[in-house]
Design a protein around this ligand. Sequence first.
Ligand code: NAD
Ligand code: IPM
Ligand code: MN
Length: 346
Amino acid sequence: MRIAVVPGDGIGQEVVPAALPVLTLLDEAYGLGITHDVLDWGADTWLRTGVGLPEGAIERLTKEYGAVLLGALGDPRIPDMAHGREILLGMRRGLDLYVNHRPVTLPTGVIDIFRENTQGLYVGVGGTVPQGGRTGVAIDECVYTRETVEKFVRYCLGRLRDTGRTKVTLVHKANAVPNTGRLWQEVFRRELEDFPGLEGSEEYVDAFCYHLVRDPSPYQGVLASNLFGDIVSDIGAALMGGLGLAASASICPETGIGLFEPVHGSAPDIAGRGIANPYATVMSLAMLLEHAGHGAPAALLRRCLDEAARGEAATPDLGGKGTTRSFMDAVLALLERGVAARGNDD
Ligand code: NAD
Ligand code: IPM
Ligand code: MN
């Protein structure tokens, strides 16, 4: 398997290079046969050449790569994030990565947030009408097709059932945004009939956020449209202890290709200082390995990450005094020990 590695911008340039020695170590220890190419997509290339996602990139990714590992996009020199939308949303849409899995790991259990990743308010339909030299009207349409909602809901319910979950919540806003809201409700109720082991509930997104912060313990699986899922997953990250911990996988179940990236952005406020937490990016790499069928190294990696995050190399966002570098040194040392001690059945 070949992986396209896109560090991107800001702390993406720090946390992705920090993650790569883990890939090398596990590849050698487990004979995974994974190779990777580092691609320079991001703000610098955009400002130099005007190119975000190069021509033919989607075809190349589809033909030559099994997965993408991404850091983050976003640069203060490009305030409208035009390059980020082209690269990030371009890959999500171009590769039809309609399932975005953002697990929220809490002491009370894991909440699997599944975010639809290609449609809704992110379809890019809309425009502006000028008025007296300024913007008079601005429109961003929310578009959902039954086909996408159906395949998304069916896949997520299947994943939840297969991982032993018994409860799933649809997050929506059908009271105020009725057309897409009702389509989601209709599909959710219909698809649930095929999953008798799953108890479904529905919540308005505002009330859901309120309940989630008050007490996350009742939730197991959460299904959300694109923008709601984006927002709700940042709340989930805060509950976990910060964006530095939140990993994600964007996948196309039909082709199997996936984009693995932390939930956080390029964090310009701390970029260049060597203190960004690489946990979320390395955890996204663990999700990549798991997705590629390498469950044993993925599990070892998760254990080592958690142990390092509890130790003295934890980065400042977790209240520690560590750096990106010292945290990864701790993870690599634990991995080496874990690899040496592993059973023959790994
Ligand atoms: P952000 O996620 O970059 O940062 C939010 C806060 O969390 C900041 O205080 C930051 O310091 C902190 N933080 C984030 N990741 C951290 C880490 N690994 N370790 C320690 N602290 C961390 O969100 P923002 O500031 O709103 O956005 C910055 C830029 O990133 C914007 O251009 C935005 O559009 C972009 N963005 C990109 C992605 C992506 O590429 N997937 C995601 C979110 C935001
Ligand atoms: C995320 C980010 C992106 C999104 C932005 C940067 C386009 O917030 O991955 O969570 O909204 O999906
Ligand atoms: Mn986000």
